[in-house]
Design a protein around this ligand. Structure first.
Ligand code: BGC
Length: 762
């Protein structure tokens, strides 16, 4: 007892010393910024709110670049997408030596899923379900970016998306609000480590606030419209989770919310973000987000810039709407000096917290740039994380893992596609260093097996479509020969083999920004190729590249083995070899539903029941909520993913089935690895609130644990459930739980669960 109370005293002392030192830091910062702002002219304050793109700055020529004049005049707060210590140092020098007040610049970049050591695209990474691994990926990205001069990343992107037509579904964490919130936290922690003053952390920017993933029809930048109840329950929590984790900045989204573009939406940017959630950092627009509000139809540039500032936007990316109109708006009484001051202060605070006033060159250390980027150690971790993000959809007759012997025919437009391995948003990557599938497989087998290669088809029959899908240096080197000739060559190769590995799917830039599709199948010529390969009668493994859920009904029926590898990053080819040959047992689980066809979209596991639900196990009944031509089932449900071993779930055990108030419910299940290989399994907890004052989803993810089991081993997994897990936003937007019956479900995916009902009273 004595020891406990002593420990408690020590704990309280540590906490209060910490709180005191934080207060002192804030006071110091305020004194510094007050003094600085007293010296600033109106123009200089507005200048801090300006974030132009870097343009083409050549190393050693920064001071004569177009942007240098503006920096010298104090009209720039930061720059983005400028790369390398040498260039950043040059530009920073202009700011701190030539501008009147010597205010350092922020240097931002889209470090989305790695810097040079690239991790899987976010949608792929989210299928890893290992929060430590995800945090580690962000940590490595931050270390590498900061070693190369960058102090700010436009990540994490946490937009919930339920429409795979939308290309940017690849940049987020899928459809689920709980998983998305856990990942948001892990990413912010990885980038910032709770301490921006270090030289190897960078400031995160959660985006795109808000609801960008709900674009109508999956068409990019399109209108979004939803009830506030839906926003608060299903779309806003991941942004809030990032705020709770201390994210330094927020990016406003392009779309409108309730009829007002997010960039001018005061309710969103001030009432919710700052007043309700207590966000203390700064808000930046998305690329020309202010200017675009002219096309949205809410005013001319002066008007929309004023509206953005009044809504709570602090920094203007690229469009210079603030720079060119705010002074006039102030003179005309359309904005106030206090609003400009508040925005300027927030930018200066970010610079202060990053330690840029102490040392503007703190991220400009050539030695770090030479030794901390794309290291063997980082690449090794990226390889492991990538392999554990792949999702095994099917493995009929245990075609996989492959043996490292005999002859393997590697066929498909993605098989020798180095530039495409990192996927969309790989701004800092050196594509030439990525490991392609062919390289990965050859390195893995050495002299033990023969790997034969043929392209088999182009990406698409339509050359113009292929061109649109392979931008930013991500060419697939289109083969000009007739399709039949390319195919015949591949069949000749296939016929010499024992097994065929078909590397097919999307090109990297078929998802990402402005890459929406209406037909989300494997493109035409590739499907022809796949059919021809199956006709050879050899076993076929489909190694599927994609940045979105695809419609794979035919493939699921006809191809014996399907491994979804997303875009695995710089080490993709090695990670693919690791899984294909069984050195790594696949353990990825889907963070987004794969529909049977496009007409089912939006299709997501945590839907409502309707008044006319389809009875379980059926796929059509007249006057029920269903389709004439296809069942309501997904092809692959949320949470789904196979392994080379089998996991058997025992009965669900609950500590109690009748609970009251703040009691804790323990839900346990024993999972047995009943196969012959060691493996990892993500055990998922879902809850169904059976009766509510508002309708509730049929189930919601409320917890998960990724466990490792040796062949034959069994482990009991326990989840602790409290009323906190039962809370939701009701009709009045009050966040609370309601007494009643709940179904507790545990399983290996959202469909196959064990269920027990409990009653929970207040
Ligand atoms: C994207 C953002 C990105 C920004 C800067 C925009 O077009 O929507 O996600 O951070 O560009 O590159």
């Amino acid at each position: 007892m004595k020891l406990i109370s002593r420990l408690l005293v020590v704990f309280i002392l540590v906490v209060s010393v910490d709180a005191r030192s934080q207060t002192t830091n804030t006071t110091k910062m305020n004194i510094f910024i007050d003094a600085l702002m007293k010296k600033m002219t109106l123009e200089e304050k507005i200048g801090q709110l300006n974030l132009p793109g870097a343009g083409d700055i050549v190393t050693g020529q920064a001071s004569s670049s177009d942007i240098a004049k503006k920096i010298t005049e104090g009209k720039v707060g930061g720059l983005f997408n400028i790369k390398s210590v040498a260039k950043i140092k040059d530009v920073q020098k202009v700011a701190v030596e030539k501008s009147r007040l010597k205010i350092p610049l922020l240097f931002g970049m889209d470090v989305i899923h790695g810097y040079q050591t690239m991790f899987p695209i976010p949608l792929g990474l989210s299928c890893n379900w290992d929060m430590q691994a995800i945090e580690q990926s962000a940590r490595i990205a931050a270390t590498e970016a900061s070693a190369d001069g960058i102090c700010w990343t436009f990540s994490p992107m946490v937009d919930i998306a339920r429409d795979p037509r939308w290309g940017r579904i690849s940049e987020g964490n899928g459809e689920d609000v709980y998983l998305g919130s856990q990942i948001a936290k892990a990413m912010v922690k990885g980038y910032q480590e709770g301490d921006l003053s270090k030289n190897n952390t960078i400031m995160a920017c959660v985006k795109h606030y808000a609801l960008y993933g709900a674009a109508e029809g999956g068409r990019d930048y399109n209108t979004t419209d939803m009830s506030r109840v839906r926003m608060f329950n299903e779309y806003l929590p991941p942004y809030k989770a990032a705020v709770d984790a201390g994210v330094g900045s927020v990016m406003a989204s392009f779309n409108e919310v309730d009829g007002v573009p997010a960039t001018a939406n005061k309710w969103l940017q001030t009432d919710v973000l700052r007043k309700q959630w207590g966000f203390k950092g700064f808000v930046v627009t998305d690329y020309t987000g202010i200017n675009e509000m002219v096309a949205h139809g809410i005013g001319d540039l002066q008007m929309v810039a004023a509206r953005a500032l009044m809504a709570g936007i602090d920094m203007d990316m690229v469009g210079e709407g603030f720079l060119t109109t705010l002074k006039k708006s102030l003179q005309e009484g359309k904005v106030t000096a206090a609003q400009i001051d508040a925005a300027c202060r927030r930018i200066l605070e970010a610079k202060y917290k990053l330690g840029l006033f102490d040392d503007p060159y703190k991220y400009c250390d050539e030695k770090r740039a030479a030794t901390e980027i794309f290291t063997d150690a980082n690449r090794k971790i990226a390889r492991k994380i990538a392999a554990e993000s792949f999702v095994l959809f099917k493995n009929q007759g245990n075609v996989l893992p492959l043996k490292k012997s005999g002859t393997i025919a590697l066929i498909g437009p993605l098989a020798d596609a180095t530039e495409n391995m990192t996927g969309t948003w790989s701004v800092a990557a050196d594509f030439s260093k990525s490991v392609s599938v062919i390289r990965g497989l050859k390195e893995a087998v050495g002299n033990e097996a023969k790997i034969l290669y043929a392209k088999g088809s182009n990406l698409t029959a339509d050359a113009a479509y292929e061109e649109r899908s392979t931008m930013f240096g991500k060419s697939l080197h289109r083969d000009a020969r007739p399709a039949t000739e390319i195919l015949q060559e591949a069949l000749a190769v296939a016929n010499q083999s024992d097994v065929i590995v078909a590397a097919l799917g999307e090109a990297a830039e078929m998802t990402g920004e402005s890459s929406s599709r209406t037909d989300i199948g494997i493109p035409d010529v590739q499907k022809d190729l796949l059919k021809a390969l199956l006709k050879t009668g050899k076993p076929v493994v489909l190694v599927l590249f994609t940045g979105r859920p695809l419609t794979l009904t035919w493939e699921n029926e006809n191809v014996p083995a399907i491994l979804n590898v997303w875009f695995g990053g710089s080490e993709a080819g090695s990670a693919i070899a690791d899984v294909l040959f069984g050195d790594v047992n696949p353990s990825g689980k889907l963070s987004t539903t794969f529909p049977q066809n496009v007409g089912q979209i939006p299709l997501y596991y945590n839907h409502k029941n309707t008044g006319r639900p389809l009875p379980e196990g059926q796929w059509f009944q007249k006057f029920r909520s269903n389709y004439l031509d296809v069942s309501n089932d997904p092809l692959y449900p949320f949470g789904y993913g196979l392994s080379y071993t089998n996991f058997t779930y025992g009965d669900l055990q609950l500590s109690n089935t009748s609970l009251k108030g703040n009691q804790t419910l323990s839900a346990s299940i024993t999972v047995t690895n009943s196969g012959t290989r060691d493996g990892k399994e993500t055990v998922q907890l879902y809850i169904h609130d059976m009766v509510g004052s508002s309708t509730r989803p049929v189930k919601e993810l409320k917890g998960f644990q990724k466990i490792e089991l040796k062949a034959g081993e069994a482990k009991t997994v326990t989840f602790k459930i409290t009323p906190e897990d039962l809370k939701f936003y009701n009709y009045d937007l009050k966040y609370d739980w309601e007494a009643g019956d709940f179904e507790i479900m545990i399983g290996g995916n959202s469909r196959d669960v064990k269920t027990v009902r409990v009653n929970w009273s207040k």
